[in-house]
Each structure stands twice: as C-alpha cells, then as structure tokens.
Design a protein around this ligand. Structure first.
Ligand code: DX5
Ligand code: ZN
Length: 241
C-alpha cells in the first residue's frame, strides 16, 4: 500500500529510531487501564510514548482462548487517541469487520486462512475506513501472502503460536521477517512489518535487525512486572536508539 493511500510511511524506515511500539493490551492491568494507557502514551522528558495499542481479539475457535472484544476497544478509544492495532484471531473475520474497523486510525489485521476470500475481506476493512493488514501464523510461508502485500499497510509476523501471552519465540520466524523485509523493499511497498510474541529484551535487537518496524510489547518486555511501565518504556526506547 503506498503512503499516499493512508499507509503510514516508514515501512523500511531507519532502524531503531523509526521503530514503533504497540503494547499488547491483553497483558495490561485491567484494574488500572486508564492510568497505564496515560503512562504509555505520554512518554517522558527523554523518550517517546507508544505508537499504537495492540488489541488481541480471540474467538475460542481459531485459537483456543478468549480475550478482548468491541466494548474493550470502545473503552480504549475513550481513554486515548492512539490508533488501535487490532489483531483478529477469529474465524470468518469478515463478519466482525464493522465492529472493529470504525475506530479512528485503526489498523485491522486478519489471519488470511480464516477468511474464504481474504482479498475481499481486506477491501471490506478499507471500505470501513481502517487500514488493512494480515497476520501470519508461524507455519505460514511468505509465498502464501505475496498476492496480498500490495493491498495491506501491515504484516504481523507471529513470532509465537497465536493464542497466549508468555510463550517462547519460534526461531524460524526471524528468517521469515528478513525474507519479508527484503521482498517489501524490493517491491517498493510501504508495508509495516510487525512482530508479535515474546518480544523480549533479548529478542528485540534481533527482530529489528531482521527488519521488524513495529514491536508488540507484552509480558516479556513492557509488561514484565520487573519495573513500572514508564521505566520499561524508557528502557525500550533506549534499546531502540
Ligand atoms: C498472542 C498475542 C500477543 C501476546 C504477546 O497470540 O497475539 O499479542 O499478547 O504476549 P507476549 O509478549 O507475552 O508473548
Ligand atoms: Zn497479537
């Protein structure tokens, strides 16, 4: 998707500084949500706040778990103007596009194998005013998505098997990030490459070096509970340089 058509610039932006952070809201403290969102979006004197809010929607069918829904997204939209980075882990996502694609500046990612006609569903997402994206299960090869790349603003590479926080990285997914980054660059596409799952302090430099430009920060970094959110966000921005 070209930048002029609403894709944010910087798919292949400079390493480190051009990397965006999308906190995984399923890892947030639901009893102090607004406080946490304000801490993450504000940033501090020497570090920038987060760029998106990552929202995992699970239906108990495509993945064996249930998490968040449209009402949670409405609450986030009341508390913040940050774009919602909505990750649909649901069967037949086309049924649910109207519930998620209307949030201002939202990006909605589907797992292509869950929709009989993924190109039509990507059109539907854009038709509802959102940016469209695809999420790739660790088993999905790059060759399976090449037809979709010109139609998306983001590719979310799952670096763990979808469905749960707190899992370990699937190492082969970093090779896929590199392959995808090379392909996007070679075709001159403005597609943000996102990594989702075990985005830990150790894995972040390897993920960015491979070509990731959006980091879904969950239980192994931002929400690791070893320091408060502001300290962890500052640490992440310093790590990204
Ligand atoms: C898993 C979700 C991720 C998850 C990441 O299916 O898509 O966003 O919350 O959690 P960590 O960072 O703990 O792997
Ligand atoms: Zn996710």
């Amino acid at each position: 998707m070209s930048a002029a058509q609403g894709g944010p610039a910087g798919g292949g932006g400079a390493a480190g500084g051009g990397v965006r952070i999308s906190p995984s809201m399923m890892c947030a403290d639901f009893l102090h949500l607004e406080k946490d969102i304000l801490a993450m979006s504000a940033g501090g004197p020497d570090y920038r706040g987060v760029d998106y809010l990552h929202v995992d929607i699970m239906d108990g069918s495509y993945v064996p778990n249930f998490t968040l829904g449209p009402d949670f997204c409405k609450a986030l939209a009341r508390a913040s103007t940050l774009p919602l980075d909505i990750h649909l882990m649901v069967q037949l996502p086309e049924r649910h596009v109207p519930s998620f694609a209307a949030f201002p500046g939202a990006i909605v990612c589907i797992h292509p194998e869950t929709s009989p006609h993924p190109l039509r569903t990507l059109d539907l997402i854009r038709g509802h005013g959102a940016r469209a994206g695809i999420a790739m299960d660790p088993a999905m090869p790059v060759s399976a998505v090449t037809e979709m790349l010109p139609l998306v603003s983001m590719v979310c590479v799952m670096t763990v098997n979808p469905g749960y926080a707190g899992q370990k990285l699937v190492p082969s997914t970093l090779t896929k990030v590199r392959e995808l980054a090379d392909l996007v660059r070679a075709r001159g596409l403005d597609v943000e490459i996102e990594v989702d799952g075990n985005v830990s302090w150790e894995n972040i430099p390897r993920m960015v070096e491979a070509g990731a430009r959006v980091l879904v920060a969950g239980s192994s970094s931002l929400f690791d509970g070893k320091a408060d959110l502001a300290q962890n966000l500052r640490r992440m921005r310093k790590l990204l340089g």
